[in-house]
Design a protein around this ligand. Structure first.
Ligand SMILES: [Fe+2]
Ligand SMILES: [Zn+2]
Length: 342
């Protein structure tokens, strides 16, 4: 084991802050070539004495626990996927119900809360479960209805191709809740796409396309007279282990890339193929979101959109944003209160 790791992870009262269970020891306070003066293994405990006389004890059970993971893993949706449904009131009031729904949400990236009020502003009530509202410019809670002065295609009756919102932020909101207040118009069915499943397929069949989408930064802009949001970021984001971690896709907000960039030709081949896969009906799950239903999506993974509708009757949606970290970590809190084992 790395000696610096052992020294850095000493659990004694001098090395940690007892009140907060945080680390106090700073690794730069010892030499880079630090070695134990003595090390002894007995009763499943490792006992080390360091050159300055400091003593550390490690439980074997804890040392062996590293490398195992209790992370909820995602998997592509089955062909007949429909989002997990949970009643709104129990989701807010009953901890085990909320924990079950959040486990499903973390794995699937989508769920529907049904039998919700149809009052404007209801999304504020989700904050105790989903964490604080992630505010962005424009509004804290966004109204989506036909509006001739609207700043976005969502405010027209036109079809909305699958996208995630606010690609024009360096860190777009990672959870989006779409609350249907009234849906009386013909058409306008909701569409969701498992963006990570699309990327997984693209990576398997066209690794070169995947790579271009990961390397070329693309400008995105959303604005009106009083507001300006703009970010230049790649469409695909991977984590430190090279796993897919984010899809940023908004045809409507995307701005022109530099046509003189030597990668522009390859980028367009890759972008075209991604668009083809996202708009392929086989990638899309479609359903009618009724008044009193809230669709919640993991927005760095799942794209949302809708079909065109007849603007003659009432259709009013509100959306608000949250952060995936807060939703996922809420499970730990719920488990402390007696929810299901993760
Ligand atoms: Fe949207
Ligand atoms: Zn110590």
């Amino acid at each position: 084991m790395p000696h610096l790791w052992l020294r850095d992870n000493c659990g004694c009262g001098d090395c940690r802050i007892a009140q907060t269970d945080e680390k106090k020891f700073m690794v730069s306070s010892v030499r880079a070539d630090l070695e134990p003066t003595s090390a002894e293994l007995s009763d499943d405990q490792l006992r080390i004495v360091w050159p300055d006389g400091h003593r550390s004890t490690y439980q074997g059970k804890l040392l062996r626990a590293f490398g195992s993971t209790d992370e909820i893993t995602w998997s592509s949706w089955p062909r007949d996927f429909t989002p997990y449904r949970c009643a709104y009131r129990p989701f807010l009031d009953d901890n085990p119900t909320a924990a079950d729904a959040i486990v499903r949400f973390v794995a699937d990236g989508a769920m529907i809360l049904e039998q919700a009020p149809t009052e404007p502003g209801t999304l504020e009530c989700l904050a105790p479960r989903l964490g604080p509202v992630r505010e962005v410019l424009f509004d804290r809670i966004h109204d989506v209805a036909v509006d001739p002065s609207g700043y976005n295609v969502a405010h027209t009756p036109l079809p909305l191709p699958p996208h995630n919102d606010f690609a024009s932020y360096t860190w777009p909101p990672s959870v989006q809740a779409l609350h249907m207040l009234a849906n009386e118009t013909p058409g306008g069915e909701s569409i969701i796409v498992d963006g990570w499943a699309v990327l997984k397929g693209l990576r398997a069949e066209h690794p070169d396309y995947f790579d271009v989408l990961r390397r070329v930064a693309v400008p995105f802009r959303e604005f009106d007279e009083d507001t300006e949001t703009f970010a230049v970021e790649p469409i695909v984001r991977c984590d430190a282990e090279d796993r897919i971690a984010g899809l940023r896709f908004s045809n409507q907000l995307m701005q022109a890339i530099d046509p003189n960039d030597p990668r522009a030709v390859d980028f367009y081949q890759a972008y075209r193929e991604l668009c083809r896969r996202i708009t392929d009906p086989a990638s899309q799950v479609s359903f009618r979101l009724n008044g009193g239903e809230i669709l919640v999506v993991a927005a760095h993974r799942v794209l949302h959109g809708r079909r065109a509708f007849e603007p003659d009757r009432r259709r009013h949606l509100q959306d608000a944003y949250f952060e995936f970290d807060n939703v996922k970590n809420q499970l730990v809190v719920l488990q402390r209160k007696g929810g299901p084992e993760r």
